[in-house]
Ligand binder design. Structure first.
Ligand SMILES: Cc1cc2nc3c(=O)[nH]c(=O)nc-3n(C[C@H](O)[C@H](O)[C@H](O)COP(=O)(O)OP(=O)(O)OC[C@H]3O[C@@H](n4cnc5c(N)ncnc54)[C@H](O)[C@@H]3O)c2cc1C
Length: 430
């Protein structure tokens, strides 16, 4: 097995593809009896070894689809293995949509929420905040339901739970009526963006930007709702820009900069010069996601929103002065705070800064330098992205960590879902 980025490989003794909740329970009971460990995989899009195990790996690829919908309340319950792109289609047929999404739509819904995956937009929390109820099979083989109104403390632990409370089998989402978005991508200067960042976030539904290292250039992405009779706008130029320029041409740039690291600055500036303005109009589930065919490593940190400008300027200064062996753009997004125990956005409106390195390059010196900046400002890492956090750091960063661990202990007293990586991450508290 390997993850999407190819930086984690492993060899489970068994891979199970259950097709029902009963089958999931049976796997858990048998594993407990045989003293085997279990890890669960969504689509392996995490950069950290969360899914790695020598024992049993469970995939819910054959456990996808709608369970039921409540059209009056605009709610949908889905099987936990459902992939986001399939989910988007299923909801659209019911006249519903998710209120926000991240950059790609290939992950499973359970994997998405388990690491606190997010999109952008100051009025929206991480995708876990769209969840209103969960069902899981815990380490004792019991089926446990929890929601905003039933077993709420466990629910707050389960909304972002790294697969250590049990196997999520059903997810109930608070959706919104299907809506159309107009997405506008623009090339702008960094000064222009930082000059009115607050207004951009206040006045637009979704705003984010990518800074091209060593340059003054950013690529901004802004989207807002339009009326459903607004004509669709997805054309060959969009295809050219998203598939050909952002993937095939960019891949050539990456290979060139890997062969000739002295050309990183030139490649970043060339990437900046190839940015063009793009407008797209369509239903939301087809607007958020992009194609990511170039493999990279990623680290992403959440920092308090009010610290963003300071942190970002330090990042720019460090990148420009140190000249790491990198040329990938740095992405900045904005997310509303929440009350989910292990969510990086717990208790604070947040900004996320993501840095990427081409998979064939060494990411460590770059990530180490930027991680120090993020950590200095109370940064909390995205659970699915590379970081060097230890248990002591987690205790400091997450006020409800011990409560979370109490729930973990109750749901999985025999540590069925604990791998060496999770033992090391969650530490002596296990
Ligand atoms: C190209 C790319 C783009 C990305 N874009 C974004 C983005 O825009 N925003 C963002 O925030 N993140 C982004 N990510 C990160 C990604 O969304 C997360 O790592 C997410 O967790 C991956 O989902 P997955 O289905 O692949 O889960 P996996 O990586 O397979 O698993 C993640 C965690 O979920 C657990 N899990 C999976 N299924 C279950 C289940 N049924 N029950 C209990 N636990 C379960 C696993 O055990 C593991 O701990 C991106 C990653 C890549 C590679």
């Amino acid at each position: 097995m390997k993850n999407w980025a190819g930086n984690i490989t492993w060899n489970p003794s068994e891979i199970a593809y259950p097709t029902s909740e009963e089958a999931i329970q049976q796997i858990v009971l048998k594993a407990a009896n045989d003293r085997k460990k279990i890890r669960i995989i969504g689509t392996g899009h995490s950069f950290t070894p969360l899914c790695k195990t020598d024992d049993i790996l469970i995939s819910l690829d054959k456990f996808q689809g709608l369970v039921n919908t409540n059209k009056d309340k605009v709610q949908a319950t889905v099987k936990a293995g459902t992939k986001l792109n399939y989910l988007g289609e299923l909801l659209f047929k019911e006249g519903m949509a998710m209120e926000n999404l991240g950059d790609i739509d290939v992950q499973s819904i359970a994997g998405t929420i388990s690491t606190g995956t997010h999109g952008t937009g100051k009025k929206f929390g991480t995708i876990s905040t769209q969840v209103i109820a969960l069902r899981l099979v815990n380490g004792k083989g019991e089926i446990v339901d929890c929601s905003e109104t039933n077993n709420r403390a466990l629910f707050k632990a389960a909304q972002v739970s790294l697969g250590v409370l049990g196997i999520i089998t059903q997810v109930t989402l608070q959706c919104v009526p299907a809506y159309k978005l107009a997405l506008q991508n623009r090339k702008e200067t960094i000064a222009a963006v930082l000059g009115n960042l607050k207004e951009r976030n206040d006045n637009n539904r979704n705003f984010e930007f990518y800074w091209m290292p060593y340059s003054e250039t950013t690529w901004t992405k802004t989207s807002n709702i339009v009326e459903s009779d607004e004509p669709d706008k997805i054309n060959f130029f969009n295809y050219w820009s998203e598939y050909v320029l952002e993937n095939y041409l960019f891949k050539l740039f990456c290979e060139y900069a890997t062969l000739f690291p002295s050309q990183n600055v030139a490649v970043s500036k060339l990437t900046a010069s190839s940015i063009s303005d793009v407008k797209k109009v369509y239903y939301s589930h087809k607007i958020y996601a992009t194609q990511r065919m170039v493999r990279f490593r990623e680290m992403e940190y959440n920092v308090p929103r009010e610290a963003f400008e300071t942190v970002f300027k330090e990042v720019v200064k460090t990148v420009n002065s140190k000249k790491f062996n990198i040329h990938f753009p740095i992405e900045s997004r904005f997310v509303k705070g929440d009350d989910i125990m292990m969510s990086p956005a717990y208790g604070r409106d947040s900004a996320y800064i993501a840095c990427h390195v081409y998979a064939k390059k060494d990411c460590r010196p770059y990530f180490d330098a930027l991680e120090a900046i993020f950590r200095n400002h109370g940064g909390r890492p995205h659970w699915g992205k590379m970081n060097t956090l230890t248990t002591n750091d987690i205790v400091d960063l997450y006020p409800e960590f011990r409560t979370f661990m109490k729930h973990r202990m109750q749901q999985d007293p025999d540590n069925l879902f604990i791998s060496p990586y999770l033992q090391q991450l969650l530490g002596s508290i296990i």
